[in-house]
Design a protein around this ligand. Structure first.
Ligand code: GLN
Length: 255
């Protein structure tokens, strides 16, 4: 009887741990490390300085890792690979100026919100598109898998522009290239990267009218509620003592 019970427990344990993709007792995929997936083409949240990924998310994640006693490792992947990778247990978390949406909530858990985003429209300075209302029927560039893509690709009845009018680029920088080369008439993207791209590319501007307001948060695998909780505790401390704001100011407000 005892043997059968032991066997049963062993079987249950194997099932419990299979597919978790992390060490049995470890909080993270690799013990001692906090592996963060991001898409480092999203200034000022994540971008390259030399061969290093810097930005608001990178610095906040480093502060979180420090509080958790873990070493931060940043992995740069396509934006639409972040959630699948987190679900499969390849990465501990995804942090990429990621908007909290109901669809994504079905796949991953989110931390508390740590920033606000706004979807805006970038056009050429002499564009016929003067307001968001002029976008209908024009060619729209987006970053694949982002909320800008999701809204724009939706049907006209649902407030989108129709899949056939949307060109999906692998990242924001390529979408902006598409606009400069007149492959698309506008780019729908988050406001802070939009500002950075416009500053870096003369002849472009952001429309005054905003497209959608959003919250950014960090995502985790549904199973890893322990890490989600620890990160939330760390985030609360970083918000309370002003550290998070200091990082934001360094990259945004203080500019
Ligand atoms: N905030 C947008 C989203 O979550 C874009 C994020 C990004 O491109 N890194 O879809």
């Amino acid at each position: 009887m005892k043997k059968i019970l032991a066997l049963l427990i062993a079987v249950v344990m194997i099932f419990a741990f299979a597919g978790c993709g992390k060490d049995d007792n470890s909080l993270t995929v690799t013990e001692g490390k906090l592996t963060m997936a991001t898409n480092a083409e999203f200034p000022p949240y994540e971008y390259y300085e030399g061969d290093k990924v810097i930005g608001i998310d990178a610095e906040v994640a480093a502060l979180i890792a420090e509080k958790l006693g873990l070493e931060l490792e940043i992995v740069d992947v396509a934006f639409d690979s972040i959630i699948p990778g987190v679900q499969q247990g390849k990465y501990d978390m995804g942090m990429a100026g990621m908007t909290v949406t109901n669809d994504r909530k079905e796949k991953v858990n989110f931390s508390d919100n740590y920033a606000k985003g706004v979807q805006v429209v970038i056009v050429k300075e002499d564009s016929a598109i003067k307001t968001v209302d002029d976008v209908a029927g024009k060619k729209v560039g987006v970053q694949q898998g982002t909320t800008g893509d999701i809204y724009a690709s939706d049907t006209v009845e649902n407030g989108g522009y129709g899949e056939e009018n949307v060109t999906k680029y692998e990242n924001g920088a390529l979408a902006v290239e598409g606009l400069k080369n007149s492959k698309v008439d506008c780019v729908i993207i988050d406001n802070e990267p939009a500002k950075a791209y416009v500053a870096a590319n003369p002849g472009l501007k952001i429309l005054d009218t905003e497209y959608a307001n959003e919250d950014y948060a960090i995502c985790f695998a549904k199973e890893n509620t322990e890490l989600q909780k620890k990160v939330n505790d760390a985030l609360k401390e970083l918000i309370a003592d002003g550290s998070l704001q200091r990082v934001v100011d360094k990259y945004i407000s203080a500019k």
